[in-house]
Design a protein around this ligand. Structure first.
Ligand code: ARG
Length: 464
């Protein structure tokens, strides 16, 4: 980075900025990633100023050409960013003046860095939200494919991480799908509040030039200009909201991760994660570690942290713009990068998950997972549910004592606990009978899983 002196606001100053203060207050090292949005905003602003009669057509064209050249320089790695020029906005503006001369100095008419930066962040975040939405959809597509394949696969369902009732693996995967559908909707909803245009608010009070905000709004694809100039330059609630949606998404991903970590362990052995998503140990040759799920689980920490950074950053800030707000970018950018990385890793990995059906089944057979089915059976034969609960409790105690699952007991053994039990009991004590009986919307029956997959596919198609 060079340290060209700052011409932009030098007028009222008697001495140059202290070298450390210049570095301390600069944001160019991290806000340069918004260069495209900064140029996009400036092109729209110059176009509008021409419509408003503030710039001539020739001036506008020079500005637009100059900005296009700067963009090309940046993308070719030819652009020299300067700390002394503080941020992306002043770096680009100074470069423009260097390229096209005095006309470059007219670009900032009727605008301030305060509305400029707020506009840039919103444009940047909007683009990133669109990518995140696509990536959530890709992950959900993977889940649908896998759920369809695994609609009949039986595994134990857990509460308190203790075997509860048999479920189908497809049903479990569709629970993840549902979580992600709500995350998708949260990002989409956040996007509405991101896509509002601060440009025109200028420093805080608006501008004396005859600006036409509807023109810039349309050119930049914003839904509407911000209603209040003070609010427009100051609030970063949209970034907080994005981090909140991201935190919830990451929270969901930690839950998936935790299950994958458990399931890939030798103790569960429900899932095989292909080697390309795992790493080994430098000391223990037998190890294959589920790094991707573990890392995603860990990355939730920084995203929650960024949410709290931004909440704290905004807390108690008086209107309107304060330099505090420069601190919005790093947490926001890191949240974006983290969310995209986690989604990408998962969207790549999920379709490659391989179930180990024999182990899932074996685990479901242990742990009396069809105990509720036995109780429901007794209720259908006329026994009050509480009494049925008692009968089953006793049969389970007997099973623990003798090392037999309910389905492994003889009819005579079962009848010791209730003579209402007939030989039709074995239909409900099998794992297949148990899951197939939960045949209603939202239930675990294989047919219901297939129907849920179909509805899920329709939902994704409607997203376009
Ligand atoms: N780099 C600043 C930021 O990120 C741009 C706005 C600066 N405005 C100001 N009045 N100092 O917020």
């Amino acid at each position: 980075m060079s340290s060209k002196t700052n011409q932009q606001w030098g007028g009222r100053f008697n001495e140059p900025t202290d070298a450390f203060v210049a570095r301390f207050t600069a944001s160019v090292e991290f806000d340069q990633r918004m260069y495209r949005q900064d140029i996009q905003g400036s092109v729209a602003h110059a176009t509008m100023l021409t419509e408003a009669g503030v710039l001539t057509v020739a001036e506008r064209d020079m500005i637009i050409q100059g900005l296009a050249d700067i963009r090309a320089d940046i993308e070719a790695g030819r652009f020299e960013w300067s700390i002394a020029l503080e941020d992306v906005h002043m770096n680009i503006e100074a470069a423009l003046t260097e390229k096209i001369g005095i006309t470059g100095k007219k670009l900032h008419t009727g605008r301030s860095r305060n509305d400029q930066v707020a506009t840039d962040i919103r444009l940047y975040l909007r683009d990133e939200i669109d990518l995140i939405l696509l990536e959530i959809t890709r992950l959900q597509q993977g889940l649908l494919g896998l759920a369809e394949q695994e609609a009949d696969t039986i595994m134990p369902g857990f509460t308190h991480l203790q075997t509860a009732q048999p479920v189908t693996f497809g049903h479990h995967l569709m629970a993840w799908f549902e979580m992600l559908s709500r995350d998708y909707d949260r990002f989409l909803d956040t996007r509405k509040r991101v896509n509002i245009m601060p440009l025109g608010a200028a420093a805080l009070a608006g501008t004396t030039y005859p600006i036409q905000r509807d023109i810039t709004c349309k050119l930049l694809g914003f839904d509407t200009p911000a209603e209040n100039s003070l609010d427009a330059v100051s609030d970063r609630d949209f970034a907080i909201e994005f981090c909140a949606a991201s935190s919830i998404l990451l929270m969901h991903m930690t839950r998936m991760s935790e299950e994958l970590v458990l399931w890939t362990s030798a103790q569960f052995n429900f899932i095989n994660l292909p080697d390309r998503f795992c790493t080994g140990s430098s000391i223990m040759p037998q190890k294959k570690n589920p790094d991707v799920p573990e890392l995603v689980r860990g990355k939730s920490g920084r995203v929650y942290g960024h949410l709290f950074s931004l909440l704290t950053l905004m807390k108690s800030q008086p209107l309107a713009y304060n330099k505090d707000n420069q601190e919005d970018k790093e947490p926001l950018f890191d949240t974006i990068d983290t969310v995209k990385g986690c989604l990408r890793a998962y969207a790549d990995m999920v379709p490659a998950l391989e179930s180990r059906k024999e182990y899932m089944r074996e685990a479901a057979l242990r742990g009396f997972s069809t105990a509720t089915d036995l109780a429901d059976y007794l209720v259908r034969k006329g026994m009050p549910f509480r009494d049925a609960h008692e009968v089953v409790g006793k049969s389970v105690a007997y099973g623990i004592e003798t090392g037999k699952d309910l389905g492994e007991m003889s009819l005579a053994e079962l009848q010791k606990f209730s003579d209402t039990i007939g030989d039709d009991i074995f239909d409900v004590l099998t794992l297949e009978g148990s899951v197939a009986a939960r045949n209603h919307i939202g239930g675990t029956a294989p047919d219901q899983v297939r129907a849920a997959v179909k509805r899920g596919q329709e939902k994704l198609t409607q997203r376009g």
